[in-house]
Structures are given as structure tokens and as C-alpha cells.
Design a protein around this ligand. Structure first.
Ligand SMILES: Nc1ncnc2c1ncn2[C@@H]1O[C@H](COP(=O)(O)OP(=O)(O)OP(=O)(O)O)[C@@H](O)[C@H]1O
Ligand SMILES: [Mg+2]
Length: 432
């Protein structure tokens, strides 16, 4: 029996704790109310119920405190086999704790390098992996100078950003001025658990133009395997917004292999050699270019779509890797297609009060799965990032394009039923 420590948990990530318990392992869950906003109460409760113990701390980022907390419960170095996290905001803390306990974990240096979007691109440059032009800045004048050097349009985003916080595509110097002006306000209204991640550094990057894909790369210390590649749905009016995925990717086999190889190489040069990593890549006219290497497994609804399409559970593979199992030798084969889309309001909106409480159920027969928390009368915030979605709809079928078209049709009908504009998906692979 092994002892696994999870630093926080995500809604779908509960499946990894469930898997560890099914295998008969001991699980300690470390939690903080700072991250309550990410995981709904039901899943949090489920995770706590499955774990052998849940220890609460108001600062999961302080490894010394976590060591003290574990010590209070009789757990010290030598007692823990692996430390992991499925939550982006806690992967660095998990890596640090693993190192301090001498347990298996994703190497701290690698997680820190990947999470620092500037350092990440520097490493790619040093190692000759194709990347995008970039500069790290802290002030508007520096950003203006960097953008003039790179050439507009550029993307500006926090060096350690998550969830699309304070991220803009800007076409002109005025766009950069607007970004800095709006950033202060956005930082003020942000969840403290998220704001704590950010400092004054921004990265200004060349804009990659093309279709967005993501790859889950599994690593066991030696082998780097691209497990699955999927097509990402971007916002029509704001391509920074992420609106869902379609699996399989729809790329011809040779290109999908090239994409997988590129993503695996990114993880290898960063030293991300234990775990599953979510690598976002744009297919540009010049070839595949990294958008972001997330040193953790995919969040959102993608892991479930992958499970429905491949009959493999990436959370189980994740736990197995941390227990010392070899990474799968090949990408997971597809059995069917799955396409999901997030529901979010394009502008601040109110759900009509006269809708039936179960309005979403009308759409269920056309879906494989989905959810909505838009109750009649609820106020919805305009979508600004990943945390502003109010629902998800999914279609599973034989053909990826058909599944994407069907889910797009349901989304349009939901929009009509709600009577306000939903964040529109960019036209790609029949989705609109
Ligand atoms: N250089 C770029 N070129 C084109 N698009 C970009 C670029 N950088 C970011 N984007 C767009 O902005 C989105 C957010 O960027 P990024 O993934 O780096 O931020 P994030 O906040 O870490 O996102 P998350 O944590 O949700 O994955 C990307 O998914 C992509 O659509
Ligand atoms: Mg991203």
C-alpha cells in the first residue's frame, strides 16, 4: 500500500482519489478555503469522504507549514510515496512538498519553469524548440517597446497567469494602454487564490494565428507519450476565451503525430518528467507553436470527454504514473468522438425569471451529458475567463465533425430559449 498526498482537488480530479482508494492506497488530502471557488461543494465533500484524512490549512503554498501539519498527524518524510495536484494553482506547492518529503513528484524546477511563461520560452529558445517571439515586461513603456520589436498584433498576459486572467490580444499601442488601465481593476475584483499567483510581470508575445489544439503528455521519468490531442474551441469575438473541445482532433494522422511529438518535446526540455501535462499548441502557417505548457493535467471538462471517446481515464493514468507505473507506450486509441461546449453569457445578463426551473432538461435528450447552474432569475457575469461559465453541453457520436455540429445546434437553441447572447464559438470544423 502506498501513501499519496493530494494538494487540493478539482471536480473531475476526484476520480484520481477514487482510483487510488480502489487500489487500496492511503490518501491524504490537503485543502484550503482559498480554492473553494474552483470546486463545487458536492465534489469537495466527495473528495473528503474518499480520502483517509483531509487536513486544512489557509496557506497551501507554504511547504514548511504543510510539513508541520503532516507532522501533527504523524506523517513525516519516509511515510509519503508521492505528492500531486490536479489544480493548476497548487501544482507548484505539490512539487515543493514532494521535494521536501523526498517523495515522488513532478520536479519543482520544471514546474516553476513551465509556470513562468517567460522562462518557459527562454528554455525553448535555448533548446532549439520552435516558439514565438516574446519579452517579459513590468511597465507600459516596456510593453510598448517590446510590442514594437515583436510587431503587432501581440498577446499580453501575466507571466504566471491562469484561467485567462488579465489576458488581451492587442492590435495597437492604445490596446496596450487599455490593457494596463483595465488590469488594475481586474486584479482588484479577482479571487484572492488567483490573485496570489500574479506579480507585476507580463509577457508580451507574438500572436500565433491558426487553430488551437491541446495535448495531454504523460511522462514516467524516461518516456514522454502524447496521450491525446484535441481540437479547442475559441471565442469568435475574443479568441482568448476557451469554449470547449472536440476529440479526436480531426488532424490527419501524420500531423497529429507531429503535434504530439512537438508537445512531448516541450515537456522534455522543460524537465516535466513525471505526471500528465496539458500542452496548448497553435497550428500556424509556420508549424506548431506552443501557447502554454501547463505543468498539470487538463482542467475543465476535457478529461471526461477523453474518457467517453477512448474508454481510458486520464486521472487513473495520472495516479498510476505517480505510483511508479510506466507511461503508456502509444497515444490512446479512439473509439468514438466527443465534443463539449461551455455555456457563458457574452455580456452581463439575467436568466428570465419566468423560465421553468428545469429548463435545461428540455435539451438533455439531444445531449450525451451536460449541466447548467443558470437558475431562473440568476445574474450571470459576462464571460471574461474560465471561471465565468455557467454550464456545459456534450455530444458523443461516431464522427467528430458531426458531434461538434450537433453541440453547436443545441447551443444556439439554448441561446434562443434564454433570450440573451451566449459567448459565440469561432467558426471551425462546423462549429459556430
Ligand atoms: N501567443 C499567443 N498567440 C495566440 N493566442 C494566444 C497566445 N497566447 C495566448 N493565446 C490565447 O489566449 C489563451 C490564454 O492564454 P494562456 O493559455 O497562456 O493563458 P492561461 O490564463 O494560462 O490559460 P489557462 O490557465 O486557462 O490554460 C490561449 O488559450 C490562447 O487562445
Ligand atoms: Mg492556457
Amino acid at each position: 500500500m502506498a501513501h499519496l498526498v493530494f494538494v487540493e482537488i478539482t471536480a473531475l480530479g476526484v476520480q484520481s482519489i477514487a482510483h487510488a482508494k480502489r487500489l487500496g492506497h492511503e490518501v491524504t488530502l490537503l485543502r484550503s478555503p482559498l480554492y473553494d471557488f474552483v470546486t463545487p461543494p458536492a465534489e469537495r465533500a466527495q473528495a473528503e469522504q474518499l480520502a483517509d484524512r483531509t487536513l486544512h490549512s489557509d496557506d497551501l503554498q507554504d511547504a514548511g507549514r504543510l510539513l508541520g501539519l503532516l507532522h501533527e498527524h504523524g506523517i513525516g518524510p519516509g511515510d509519503v510515496d508521492a505528492v500531486l495536484s490536479t489544480l493548476s494553482l497548487c501544482v507548484l506547492a505539490a512539487a515543493r512538498l514532494a521535494e521536501r518529503l523526498g517523495a515522488r513528484g513532478t520536479p519543482y524546477e520544471a514546474v516553476a519553469a513551465a509556470r513562468d511563461k517567460g522562462r518557459c520560452r527562454e528554455i525553448l529558445r535555448e533548446r532549439g524548440v520552435p516558439s514565438l517571439g516574446f519579452a517579459v515586461v513590468t511597465t507600459l513603456p516596456e510593453a510598448l517597446e517590446a510590442a514594437a520589436g515583436i510587431g503587432y498584433p501581440v498577446v499580453i498576459k501575466p507571466v504566471s497567469g491562469v484561467g485567462k486572467a488579465v489576458t488581451s490580444i492587442v492590435e495597437t499601442p492604445d490596446g496596450l494602454r487599455a490593457h494596463f488601465a483595465a488590469a488594475a481593476e481586474e486584479l482588484r475584483s479577482m479571487q484572492p487564490g488567483l490573485a496570489a499567483e500574479l506579480d507585476e510581470r507580463y509577457i508580451v508575445e507574438e500572436l500565433a494565428v491558426g487553430e488551437l489544439y491541446s495535448v495531454e503528455v504523460a511522462a514516467d521519468g524516461e518516456r514522454f507519450t502524447p496521450l491525446v490531442a484535441v481540437g479547442r474551441k475559441m471565442g469568435r469575438d475574443n479568441p482568448v476565451l476557451e469554449l470547449g473541445c472536440t476529440v479526436p482532433s480531426g488532424l490527419p494522422a501524420a500531423e497529429e503525430a507531429e503535434l504530439g511529438g512537438y508537445a512531448a518535446r516541450v515537456c522534455e526540455v522543460l524537465g516535466l518528467d513525471l505526471g500528465i501535462f496539458h500542452v496548448e499548441v497553435m497550428r500556424t502557417a509556420k508549424g506548431f507553436r506552443l501557447v502554454e505548457a501547463n505543468p498539470r493535467i487538463s482542467g475543465g471538462s476535457l478529461p471526461d470527454s477523453v474518457r467517453m471517446a477512448t474508454d481510458h481515464n486520464v486521472f487513473e493514468i495520472l495516479v498510476d504514473l505517480f505510483l511508479g507505473a510506466p507511461a503508456p507506450a502509444h497515444p490512446l486509441p479512439w473509439r468514438r468522438a466527443a465534443s463539449h461546449t461551455f455555456l457563458a453569457a457574452a455580456r452581463d445578463a439575467v436568466v428570465p425569471g419566468d423560465l421553468p426551473a428545469d429548463w435545461f432538461e428540455e435539451f438533455r435528450p439531444r445531449l450525451h451529458s451536460g449541466w447548467s447552474r443558470a437558475e431562473p432569475g440568476a445574474r450571470l457575469r459576462a464571460m471574461n475567463g474560465n471561471f465565468d461559465t455557467f454550464g456545459m453541453i456534450r455530444v458523443v457520436g461516431d464522427d467528430a465533425d458531426r458531434a461538434a455540429e450537433e453541440v453547436a445546434a443545441v447551443r444556439r437553441d439554448i441561446e434562443k430559449r434564454l433570450g440573451f447572447a451566449l459567448t459565440a464559438v469561432a467558426e471551425a470544423r462546423g462549429d459556430g
